[in-house]
Design a protein around this ligand. Structure first.
Ligand code: ATP
Length: 309
């Protein structure tokens, strides 16, 4: 009796969220994007992406934070699947997303799903692409996608898609204050431009003191270096974020910033125990819709399950 051929079964990839330790926003470019100098850190809030062969391309979304995620062709994970299929003659797949990353929260959840889908399909279809090729394709889908493939801590330039490694020691503990509703990223950039008015904005350059702080592994050092040029704009659109930031500092955070374009606020704490205390205090105070703890840096998109039938 001959054995039935092995059929590649569903592949599941786990992909983290990001915080920007530094987000410096330069002038608006002719293509409509702003030039950025940013330092990303991947943190342990995750979406799980499962891809499986199907009769047609499709996407479904579940998990604790699924509200507000499109399940049609607007879903960036589905766009990622179609793009990779076009490039590599892949057949239709269904993408299932389990959302644990806040939607429109400034933590790059959509980009994470695109990154996870590319890594999962590379595995399902046996493409064996090198990571740089996956990042290259990812950059066509969104500026943060290459970083969610890479993970760890990295510097991003261009519109954030050009990555360079950063030497970071230690593990950092974060408390994330989630807000009700999201903030559309384009609106936050528009508000940033409005607040800046006619001032000339220089090309942004990552700060050497932040790099030095990351080499020490000391959260106190890093806390003094957290910077986000979009914070003022995010707080201008959502004044409640000012209260959230003040509460986090009052309850013992070493530092706090709006994450990316917001509205999630990220607080750096010294230890896991300090993170539990701050999470409890923020929850009790009612300033945040929800509170999560996560540490970083963590790995980028990685396969956690592959069934072979
Ligand atoms: P960033 O930090 O990269 O600016 P974000 O974290 O603020 O992004 P996302 O969660 O990526 O925001 O979602 C932005 C919008 O993208 C959502 O409001 C939603 O309409 C759309 N979207 C498309 N696909 C997805 C997806 N797979 N997950 C979440 N949102 C998605």
């Amino acid at each position: 009796m001959t054995a039935a051929p092995l059929v590649p079964g569903p592949v599941t990839v786990r992909v983290p969220a990001k915080v920007n330790l530094e987000l410096l926003v330069g002038p608006c470019r002719s293509d409509g994007y702003h030039s950025l100098a940013t330092v990303y850190q991947a943190v342990g809030l995750y979406d799980d992406i499962t891809v499986a062969a199907a009769d047609d391309f499709g996407v479904s979304v579940g998990g604790p934070l699924a509200d507000g995620v499109p399940t049609d062709d607007d879903n960036i994970a589905l766009r990622a699947a179609r793009l990779l299929a076009d490039r590599h003659e892949g057949s239709p797949v269904h993408v299932s997303i389990r959302k644990g990353i806040p939607v429109a929260g400034g933590m790059a959840g959509g980009s994470a799903d695109a990154a996870g889908t590319l890594v999962a399909l590379d595995h399902l279809w046996g493409l064996d692409l090198v990571r740089e090729e996956i990042e290259e394709i990812g950059s066509e889908l969104g500026s943060d996608v290459p970083f969610l493939v890479a993970g760890g801590t990295a510097m991003g330039s261009g519109r954030g898609e050009r990555l360079a490694p950063v030497l970071a020691r230690g593990t950092y503990h974060w408390v994330l204050a989630l807000a009700d509703g999201g903030l559309p990223t384009p609106e936050v950039y528009a508000e940033c431009d409005r607040l800046r008015g006619a001032h000339d904005v220089p090309e942004p350059v990552a700060t050497p003191t932040l790099m030095a702080a990351l080499r020490t592994g000391d959260p106190h050092e890093l806390a003094t270096q957290l910077t986000n040029d979009l914070q003022e704009a995010a707080v201008s659109l959502r004044p409640d974020l000012g209260e959230t930031l003040a509460a986090g500092m009052e309850y013992g955070a070493l530092g706090g910033i709006v994450s990316g374009s917001g509205p999630t606020c990220a607080f750096l704490v010294e230890t896991t125990e300090a993170g539990i205390d701050l999470a409890v205090a923020l929850t009790a105070s009612g300033v945040a819709a929800d509170v999560r703890r996560a540490s970083g840096p963590v790995h980028g998109a990685h396969v956690i399950h592959h069934r072979v039938d």
